[in-house]
Ligand binder design. Structure first.
Ligand code: SAM
Ligand code: DTB
Ligand code: SF4
Length: 368
Protein backbone atom coordinates (compact mmCIF):
# COMPACT_ATOMS: atom_id res chain seq x y z
CA UNK A 1 0.00 0.00 0.00
CA UNK A 2 1.34 3.42 -0.93
CA UNK A 3 1.97 5.55 2.16
CA UNK A 4 4.37 8.16 0.80
CA UNK A 5 1.84 10.40 -0.97
CA UNK A 6 3.21 13.87 -1.71
CA UNK A 7 1.13 17.05 -1.70
CA UNK A 8 1.66 17.43 -5.47
CA UNK A 9 0.38 13.90 -6.12
CA UNK A 10 -2.67 14.24 -3.91
CA UNK A 11 -3.58 17.68 -5.25
CA UNK A 12 -3.24 16.33 -8.79
CA UNK A 13 -5.67 13.55 -7.85
CA UNK A 14 -8.10 16.06 -6.30
CA UNK A 15 -8.01 18.22 -9.45
CA UNK A 16 -8.55 15.38 -11.93
CA UNK A 17 -11.60 15.53 -14.21
CA UNK A 18 -14.39 14.56 -11.81
CA UNK A 19 -15.60 11.41 -13.54
CA UNK A 20 -12.04 10.15 -14.06
CA UNK A 21 -11.42 10.63 -10.35
CA UNK A 22 -14.66 8.86 -9.41
CA UNK A 23 -13.80 5.97 -11.74
CA UNK A 24 -10.37 5.54 -10.21
CA UNK A 25 -11.73 5.76 -6.66
CA UNK A 26 -14.53 3.29 -7.49
CA UNK A 27 -11.91 0.88 -8.81
CA UNK A 28 -9.87 1.11 -5.60
CA UNK A 29 -13.08 0.75 -3.59
CA UNK A 30 -13.92 -2.55 -5.30
CA UNK A 31 -10.51 -3.99 -4.47
CA UNK A 32 -11.07 -3.69 -0.73
CA UNK A 33 -14.81 -3.34 -0.10
CA UNK A 34 -18.16 -4.67 -1.23
CA UNK A 35 -19.63 -1.72 -3.21
CA UNK A 36 -23.21 -2.87 -2.49
CA UNK A 37 -22.79 -2.46 1.24
CA UNK A 38 -23.02 0.78 3.20
CA UNK A 39 -22.86 0.80 6.99
CA UNK A 40 -25.58 2.58 8.92
CA UNK A 41 -24.04 4.24 11.94
CA UNK A 42 -26.07 5.94 14.59
CA UNK A 43 -24.94 8.96 16.54
CA UNK A 44 -25.89 9.80 20.07
CA UNK A 45 -24.91 12.93 21.96
CA UNK A 46 -24.58 11.47 25.46
CA UNK A 47 -23.35 14.77 26.91
CA UNK A 48 -24.49 17.83 24.99
CA UNK A 49 -23.24 21.42 25.15
CA UNK A 50 -21.33 23.50 27.68
CA UNK A 51 -17.94 22.76 26.12
CA UNK A 52 -15.07 25.05 27.19
CA UNK A 53 -13.23 24.86 23.82
CA UNK A 54 -13.33 27.51 21.08
CA UNK A 55 -13.66 25.26 17.97
CA UNK A 56 -14.96 27.77 15.41
CA UNK A 57 -17.36 25.33 13.79
CA UNK A 58 -18.96 23.89 16.87
CA UNK A 59 -22.46 24.65 18.18
CA UNK A 60 -21.56 23.01 21.50
CA UNK A 61 -18.88 25.52 22.50
CA UNK A 62 -20.48 27.35 25.42
CA UNK A 63 -18.78 30.65 24.57
CA UNK A 64 -20.86 31.03 21.39
CA UNK A 65 -24.59 31.60 21.57
CA UNK A 66 -26.17 28.88 19.43
CA UNK A 67 -29.22 27.78 21.39
CA UNK A 68 -27.53 24.52 22.45
CA UNK A 69 -27.83 24.13 26.21
CA UNK A 70 -25.48 22.49 28.66
CA UNK A 71 -27.36 19.25 29.33
CA UNK A 72 -26.69 16.45 31.74
CA UNK A 73 -25.40 13.05 30.75
CA UNK A 74 -27.80 10.55 29.16
CA UNK A 75 -28.80 7.63 31.33
CA UNK A 76 -28.00 4.00 30.60
CA UNK A 77 -31.69 3.36 29.93
CA UNK A 78 -31.97 6.24 27.41
CA UNK A 79 -28.87 5.01 25.58
CA UNK A 80 -30.10 1.42 25.51
CA UNK A 81 -33.47 2.45 24.06
CA UNK A 82 -31.83 4.58 21.36
CA UNK A 83 -29.34 1.85 20.43
CA UNK A 84 -32.03 -0.84 20.20
CA UNK A 85 -34.22 1.40 18.05
CA UNK A 86 -31.39 2.16 15.62
CA UNK A 87 -30.27 -1.48 15.54
CA UNK A 88 -33.80 -2.52 14.56
CA UNK A 89 -33.59 -0.04 11.68
CA UNK A 90 -30.33 -1.54 10.39
CA UNK A 91 -27.60 0.31 12.30
CA UNK A 92 -24.58 -1.83 13.15
CA UNK A 93 -22.50 0.87 14.79
CA UNK A 94 -23.19 3.49 17.40
CA UNK A 95 -21.04 6.51 18.11
CA UNK A 96 -21.49 8.26 21.45
CA UNK A 97 -20.29 11.86 21.63
CA UNK A 98 -19.52 14.09 24.60
CA UNK A 99 -18.87 17.83 24.42
CA UNK A 100 -15.63 17.54 26.36
CA UNK A 101 -12.14 18.92 25.80
CA UNK A 102 -10.71 15.71 27.24
CA UNK A 103 -11.70 12.76 29.36
CA UNK A 104 -11.29 13.17 33.11
CA UNK A 105 -10.92 10.32 35.58
CA UNK A 106 -14.21 10.99 37.28
CA UNK A 107 -17.69 9.57 37.80
CA UNK A 108 -18.80 10.75 34.35
CA UNK A 109 -16.09 8.65 32.74
CA UNK A 110 -17.14 5.62 34.83
CA UNK A 111 -20.68 6.21 33.53
CA UNK A 112 -19.41 6.32 29.93
CA UNK A 113 -17.66 2.97 30.51
CA UNK A 114 -21.03 1.59 31.64
CA UNK A 115 -22.67 2.98 28.48
CA UNK A 116 -19.98 1.34 26.35
CA UNK A 117 -20.64 -2.03 28.04
CA UNK A 118 -24.38 -1.57 27.46
CA UNK A 119 -24.07 -0.96 23.71
CA UNK A 120 -21.39 -3.62 23.29
CA UNK A 121 -23.78 -6.15 24.85
CA UNK A 122 -26.20 -5.37 21.99
CA UNK A 123 -23.56 -6.59 19.53
CA UNK A 124 -23.06 -3.25 17.86
CA UNK A 125 -19.71 -1.66 17.04
CA UNK A 126 -19.33 0.90 19.82
CA UNK A 127 -17.50 4.12 19.02
CA UNK A 128 -16.94 7.07 21.34
CA UNK A 129 -15.80 10.63 20.74
CA UNK A 130 -14.97 12.26 24.06
CA UNK A 131 -12.04 14.58 23.30
CA UNK A 132 -8.44 13.89 24.21
CA UNK A 133 -7.66 10.62 26.03
CA UNK A 134 -4.62 9.38 27.89
CA UNK A 135 -3.18 5.87 27.35
CA UNK A 136 -4.81 4.54 30.54
CA UNK A 137 -8.21 6.04 29.66
CA UNK A 138 -8.05 4.53 26.17
CA UNK A 139 -7.21 1.20 27.75
CA UNK A 140 -10.19 1.42 30.11
CA UNK A 141 -12.46 2.13 27.15
CA UNK A 142 -11.05 -0.88 25.32
CA UNK A 143 -11.59 -3.06 28.35
CA UNK A 144 -15.22 -1.93 28.53
CA UNK A 145 -15.72 -3.20 24.98
CA UNK A 146 -15.19 -0.07 22.91
CA UNK A 147 -14.55 -0.91 19.25
CA UNK A 148 -13.49 2.46 17.85
CA UNK A 149 -12.47 5.89 19.06
CA UNK A 150 -13.29 8.96 16.97
CA UNK A 151 -10.98 11.96 17.13
CA UNK A 152 -10.98 14.09 14.02
CA UNK A 153 -7.97 15.99 12.71
CA UNK A 154 -10.61 18.25 11.13
CA UNK A 155 -8.18 19.98 8.72
CA UNK A 156 -4.48 20.53 8.01
CA UNK A 157 -2.09 21.35 10.84
CA UNK A 158 -1.66 24.89 9.44
CA UNK A 159 -5.36 25.66 9.09
CA UNK A 160 -6.16 24.14 12.50
CA UNK A 161 -4.54 27.23 14.05
CA UNK A 162 -7.11 29.40 12.26
CA UNK A 163 -10.13 27.63 13.75
CA UNK A 164 -9.14 26.55 17.27
CA UNK A 165 -6.91 28.22 19.84
CA UNK A 166 -7.63 26.18 22.95
CA UNK A 167 -5.99 22.94 21.88
CA UNK A 168 -3.26 21.84 19.51
CA UNK A 169 -2.88 19.48 16.56
CA UNK A 170 -0.07 17.60 18.33
CA UNK A 171 -2.50 16.56 21.05
CA UNK A 172 -4.92 15.27 18.41
CA UNK A 173 -2.16 13.09 17.02
CA UNK A 174 -1.05 12.00 20.50
CA UNK A 175 -4.61 10.95 21.31
CA UNK A 176 -4.81 8.90 18.11
CA UNK A 177 -1.56 7.22 19.15
CA UNK A 178 -2.94 6.48 22.64
CA UNK A 179 -6.05 5.01 21.05
CA UNK A 180 -4.01 2.81 18.74
CA UNK A 181 -1.81 1.56 21.57
CA UNK A 182 -4.94 0.46 23.43
CA UNK A 183 -5.71 -1.74 20.38
CA UNK A 184 -8.84 0.23 19.56
CA UNK A 185 -9.69 0.91 15.93
CA UNK A 186 -9.11 4.52 14.91
CA UNK A 187 -11.76 6.80 13.42
CA UNK A 188 -10.40 10.16 12.26
CA UNK A 189 -11.38 12.52 9.50
CA UNK A 190 -12.34 16.10 9.01
CA UNK A 191 -14.62 18.87 7.88
CA UNK A 192 -14.90 20.42 4.43
CA UNK A 193 -16.18 23.98 4.01
CA UNK A 194 -14.54 25.94 6.82
CA UNK A 195 -12.72 28.28 4.42
CA UNK A 196 -9.75 25.94 4.01
CA UNK A 197 -7.87 25.57 0.72
CA UNK A 198 -7.69 22.47 -1.44
CA UNK A 199 -4.09 22.10 -0.22
CA UNK A 200 -5.36 22.03 3.40
CA UNK A 201 -7.85 19.28 2.51
CA UNK A 202 -5.13 17.26 0.79
CA UNK A 203 -2.63 17.80 3.63
CA UNK A 204 -5.14 16.45 6.13
CA UNK A 205 -5.69 13.33 4.02
CA UNK A 206 -1.93 12.86 3.69
CA UNK A 207 -1.48 13.07 7.48
CA UNK A 208 -4.20 10.45 7.93
CA UNK A 209 -2.67 8.26 5.22
CA UNK A 210 0.70 8.32 6.96
CA UNK A 211 -0.64 7.05 10.29
CA UNK A 212 0.73 3.57 10.77
CA UNK A 213 -1.47 1.62 10.55
CA UNK A 214 -3.91 3.84 8.64
CA UNK A 215 -7.25 4.61 10.36
CA UNK A 216 -9.99 2.02 9.92
CA UNK A 217 -12.58 4.77 9.61
CA UNK A 218 -12.45 8.24 8.03
CA UNK A 219 -15.48 10.54 8.41
CA UNK A 220 -15.80 13.33 5.87
CA UNK A 221 -18.12 16.04 7.20
CA UNK A 222 -19.54 18.98 5.28
CA UNK A 223 -19.60 21.94 7.63
CA UNK A 224 -23.03 22.54 9.14
CA UNK A 225 -22.86 26.33 9.47
CA UNK A 226 -24.65 26.97 12.75
CA UNK A 227 -25.94 30.43 13.64
CA UNK A 228 -23.95 31.97 16.48
CA UNK A 229 -20.68 30.19 15.63
CA UNK A 230 -17.82 32.04 13.91
CA UNK A 231 -18.57 29.95 10.82
CA UNK A 232 -22.25 30.88 10.55
CA UNK A 233 -21.70 32.68 7.24
CA UNK A 234 -19.65 30.04 5.46
CA UNK A 235 -21.04 29.19 2.05
CA UNK A 236 -22.43 25.65 1.69
CA UNK A 237 -19.90 23.14 0.35
CA UNK A 238 -20.59 22.26 -3.30
CA UNK A 239 -21.46 18.56 -3.60
CA UNK A 240 -18.61 18.22 -6.10
CA UNK A 241 -16.12 19.06 -3.37
CA UNK A 242 -17.59 16.32 -1.18
CA UNK A 243 -17.38 13.82 -4.03
CA UNK A 244 -13.75 14.79 -4.66
CA UNK A 245 -12.86 14.59 -0.98
CA UNK A 246 -14.47 11.15 -0.58
CA UNK A 247 -12.76 9.91 -3.75
CA UNK A 248 -9.30 11.13 -2.77
CA UNK A 249 -9.71 9.75 0.77
CA UNK A 250 -10.75 6.44 -0.84
CA UNK A 251 -7.60 6.32 -2.97
CA UNK A 252 -5.04 7.35 -0.35
CA UNK A 253 -6.56 5.35 2.55
CA UNK A 254 -7.87 2.36 0.60
CA UNK A 255 -8.90 -0.01 3.40
CA UNK A 256 -10.69 2.51 5.64
CA UNK A 257 -14.45 2.87 5.74
CA UNK A 258 -15.06 6.39 4.42
CA UNK A 259 -18.05 7.90 6.22
CA UNK A 260 -20.26 10.43 4.50
CA UNK A 261 -20.98 12.29 7.74
CA UNK A 262 -22.41 15.73 8.58
CA UNK A 263 -24.16 17.86 5.99
CA UNK A 264 -26.35 15.28 4.22
CA UNK A 265 -29.56 17.27 4.73
CA UNK A 266 -28.41 19.58 1.97
CA UNK A 267 -27.22 16.81 -0.36
CA UNK A 268 -29.45 15.34 -3.06
CA UNK A 269 -29.76 11.59 -3.43
CA UNK A 270 -27.95 11.88 -6.74
CA UNK A 271 -25.07 13.67 -5.03
CA UNK A 272 -24.91 11.06 -2.29
CA UNK A 273 -25.02 8.30 -4.93
CA UNK A 274 -21.87 9.77 -6.49
CA UNK A 275 -20.23 9.75 -3.05
CA UNK A 276 -21.10 6.04 -2.63
CA UNK A 277 -19.73 5.41 -6.12
CA UNK A 278 -16.54 7.25 -5.12
CA UNK A 279 -16.08 5.00 -2.10
CA UNK A 280 -18.22 6.20 0.81
CA UNK A 281 -19.08 3.07 2.79
CA UNK A 282 -21.10 4.50 5.64
CA UNK A 283 -23.56 7.18 6.67
CA UNK A 284 -24.69 8.53 10.01
CA UNK A 285 -28.41 7.91 10.16
CA UNK A 286 -31.10 9.08 12.54
CA UNK A 287 -32.98 12.37 12.60
CA UNK A 288 -30.26 14.18 14.52
CA UNK A 289 -26.47 14.25 14.29
CA UNK A 290 -25.16 15.49 17.64
CA UNK A 291 -27.12 18.75 17.80
CA UNK A 292 -28.05 19.47 14.17
CA UNK A 293 -30.63 17.85 11.88
CA UNK A 294 -29.99 14.80 9.71
CA UNK A 295 -32.20 13.17 7.04
CA UNK A 296 -35.08 10.98 8.18
CA UNK A 297 -33.85 7.38 8.42
CA UNK A 298 -36.82 6.04 6.45
CA UNK A 299 -35.84 8.37 3.59
CA UNK A 300 -32.31 7.01 3.83
CA UNK A 301 -33.58 3.43 3.71
CA UNK A 302 -35.61 4.35 0.62
CA UNK A 303 -32.43 5.78 -0.94
CA UNK A 304 -30.66 2.47 -0.16
CA UNK A 305 -33.50 0.63 -1.94
CA UNK A 306 -33.28 2.86 -5.00
CA UNK A 307 -29.50 2.48 -5.21
CA UNK A 308 -29.51 -1.26 -4.42
CA UNK A 309 -27.42 -0.77 -1.28
CA UNK A 310 -27.55 -3.04 1.75
CA UNK A 311 -26.74 -2.07 5.35
CA UNK A 312 -23.61 -3.79 6.68
CA UNK A 313 -23.63 -6.25 9.59
CA UNK A 314 -21.55 -5.30 12.65
CA UNK A 315 -17.85 -6.24 12.74
CA UNK A 316 -17.81 -6.85 8.97
CA UNK A 317 -14.47 -5.14 8.37
CA UNK A 318 -12.74 -5.92 11.67
CA UNK A 319 -13.60 -8.66 14.16
CA UNK A 320 -15.07 -7.83 17.52
CA UNK A 321 -12.07 -7.49 19.81
CA UNK A 322 -11.45 -9.82 22.70
CA UNK A 323 -11.74 -7.91 25.94
CA UNK A 324 -8.41 -8.33 27.69
CA UNK A 325 -9.51 -6.91 31.03
CA UNK A 326 -6.03 -6.24 32.36
CA UNK A 327 -6.46 -2.52 32.96
CA UNK A 328 -4.97 -2.92 36.42
CA UNK A 329 -1.64 -3.82 34.86
CA UNK A 330 -1.39 -0.58 32.92
CA UNK A 331 1.27 1.68 34.38
CA UNK A 332 -0.35 4.54 36.21
CA UNK A 333 -0.61 7.70 34.20
CA UNK A 334 2.60 9.25 32.97
CA UNK A 335 0.64 12.47 33.72
CA UNK A 336 -0.29 13.67 30.25
CA UNK A 337 -0.12 17.44 29.86
CA UNK A 338 -2.38 18.66 27.09
CA UNK A 339 -1.34 21.88 25.43
CA UNK A 340 -3.24 25.16 25.31
CA UNK A 341 -1.84 27.18 22.41
CA UNK A 342 -3.89 30.30 23.24
CA UNK A 343 -3.12 32.28 20.09
CA UNK A 344 -5.66 34.88 18.96
CA UNK A 345 -8.33 34.01 16.40
CA UNK A 346 -10.22 37.18 15.60
CA UNK A 347 -13.49 35.55 14.52
CA UNK A 348 -13.57 33.33 17.62
CA UNK A 349 -12.96 36.32 19.88
CA UNK A 350 -15.66 38.37 18.14
CA UNK A 351 -18.25 35.58 18.40
CA UNK A 352 -17.32 34.93 22.05
CA UNK A 353 -18.06 38.60 22.75
CA UNK A 354 -21.30 38.39 20.80
CA UNK A 355 -22.28 35.27 22.77
CA UNK A 356 -21.67 37.10 26.06
CA UNK A 357 -23.77 40.06 24.95
CA UNK A 358 -26.64 37.86 23.79
CA UNK A 359 -26.67 35.93 27.08
CA UNK A 360 -26.63 39.20 29.05
CA UNK A 361 -29.54 40.56 27.01
CA UNK A 362 -31.52 37.34 27.52
CA UNK A 363 -30.95 37.48 31.29
CA UNK A 364 -32.05 41.11 31.39
CA UNK A 365 -35.25 40.43 29.46
CA UNK A 366 -36.03 37.39 31.67
CA UNK A 367 -35.84 39.64 34.76
CA UNK A 368 -38.42 42.06 33.37
N1 SAM B 1 -15.58 17.04 21.92
C1 SAM B 1 -15.02 15.98 21.18
C2 SAM B 1 -14.00 16.45 20.17
O1 SAM B 1 -14.00 17.60 19.82
O2 SAM B 1 -13.20 15.61 19.74
C3 SAM B 1 -16.04 15.11 20.49
C4 SAM B 1 -17.28 15.73 19.89
S1 SAM B 1 -17.00 16.76 18.47
C5 SAM B 1 -18.57 17.54 18.32
C6 SAM B 1 -16.86 15.60 17.15
C7 SAM B 1 -16.62 16.14 15.79
O3 SAM B 1 -17.81 16.67 15.25
C8 SAM B 1 -15.64 17.27 15.62
O4 SAM B 1 -14.31 16.86 15.66
C9 SAM B 1 -15.99 17.79 14.25
O5 SAM B 1 -15.25 17.13 13.27
C10 SAM B 1 -17.48 17.44 14.12
N2 SAM B 1 -18.30 18.65 14.07
C11 SAM B 1 -18.61 19.46 15.10
N3 SAM B 1 -19.36 20.50 14.70
C12 SAM B 1 -19.53 20.35 13.36
C13 SAM B 1 -20.21 21.12 12.37
N4 SAM B 1 -20.84 22.24 12.68
N5 SAM B 1 -20.19 20.67 11.11
C14 SAM B 1 -19.54 19.52 10.79
N6 SAM B 1 -18.88 18.76 11.69
C15 SAM B 1 -18.86 19.17 12.96
C1 DTB C 1 -17.93 12.91 12.80
O1 DTB C 1 -16.91 13.00 12.09
N1 DTB C 1 -19.01 13.61 12.60
C2 DTB C 1 -20.02 13.33 13.60
C3 DTB C 1 -19.32 12.24 14.47
N2 DTB C 1 -18.05 12.09 13.82
C4 DTB C 1 -19.13 12.48 15.89
C5 DTB C 1 -20.44 14.57 14.33
C6 DTB C 1 -21.03 15.62 13.41
C7 DTB C 1 -21.52 16.75 14.24
C8 DTB C 1 -22.23 17.79 13.41
C9 DTB C 1 -22.67 18.95 14.22
C10 DTB C 1 -23.68 18.66 15.28
O2 DTB C 1 -24.68 17.95 15.02
O3 DTB C 1 -23.54 19.15 16.41
FE1 SF4 D 1 -16.05 20.98 22.35
FE2 SF4 D 1 -15.62 18.99 20.63
FE3 SF4 D 1 -17.26 21.03 19.99
FE4 SF4 D 1 -14.66 21.47 20.14
S1 SF4 D 1 -15.70 20.09 18.69
S2 SF4 D 1 -16.27 22.77 21.03
S3 SF4 D 1 -14.08 20.10 21.81
S4 SF4 D 1 -17.58 19.53 21.58
Amino acid sequence: MKTDWTLEEVMALYERPLLELVYEAATVHRLHHNPSEVQISSLLSIKTGGCPEDCGYCPQASRYHTGVNNESMMTKQQVEIAAKRMKALGASRMCMGAAWRNVKDDADFEHVLELVRTVNDLDMEVCATLGMVTPAQARKLADAGLYAYNHNLDTSEDYYKEIISTRGYEDRLKTLDNVRKAKLTVCSGGIVGMGESVADRCKMLITLSKLDPQPESVPINALVAVEGTPMENQQPVPIWDMVRMVAVARIVIPTAVIRLSAGRTSMSREGQALCFMAGAGSIFAGDQLLTTPNPDIHQDLEMFDILGLRPVAPFASHPKPEIEGDTAEVDEEESTKWSRPGHQIEANIAYTKLGKEKRKALKASAKK
